[in-house]
Design a protein around this ligand. Structure first.
Ligand code: FES
Ligand code: FES
Length: 155
């Protein structure tokens, strides 16, 4: 089986994968990074969103081999070095941006991608950016509020 190597949350990792192994599978099953959720496996729900070379991607829509040599960041990499919640995660907690939490890793990764490009997004820009991330619980309102709060803090 081919071997894949990449940097995940700052650590170099490698493992054997099949040609068809998805990045989401490699992260969860190969590296035990189960914060990356799989809701649909068909690139619709956004729960599996991670960053690859600084860009948000749906990791169920990318082969592990396609990420060979890449810098990957997952929700586990959004925490502070001491393990406390990072700014965006803490804003979701404070502003009730989650209920069941299933969509939350993907929402946080999508939000981080947006805030890296636009430090003060409008509500419409936030909603447009979350187009590919589905939440079945919150009605999105508090997710938007959480991202606005994180933007104000990071800004
Ligand atoms: S699991 Fe990847 S988009 Fe739903
Ligand atoms: S909080 Fe349950 S799916 Fe979003």
């Amino acid at each position: 089986m081919p071997t894949v190597s990449m940097t995940v949350n700052g650590k170099t990792v490698s493992g054997e994968v099949e040609g068809r192994t998805l990045l989401s599978q490699f992260l969860r099953e190969g590296l035990s990074l189960t914060g990356t959720h799989i809701g649909c496996d068909t690139a619709q729900c956004g729960a599996c969103t991670v960053h690859v070379d600084g860009v948000a991607v749906k990791s169920c829509n990318m082969l592990a081999l396609e990420a060979d040599g890449a810098e990957v960041r997952t929700i586990e990499g959004m925490a502070n070095p001491d393990g406390s919640l990072g700014v965006i995660q803490a804003a979701f907690q404070e502003h009730h941006g989650l209920q069941c939490g299933f969509c939350t890793p993907g929402m946080v990764m999508a939000a981080a991608d947006l805030l890296a490009a636009n430090s003060a997004p409008s509500e419409a820009e936030i909603r447009a950016h979350l187009d590919g991330n589905i939440c079945r619980c919150t009605g999105y309102h508090n997710i938007v509020k959480s991202i606005q709060a994180a933007a104000a803090q990071l800004g």
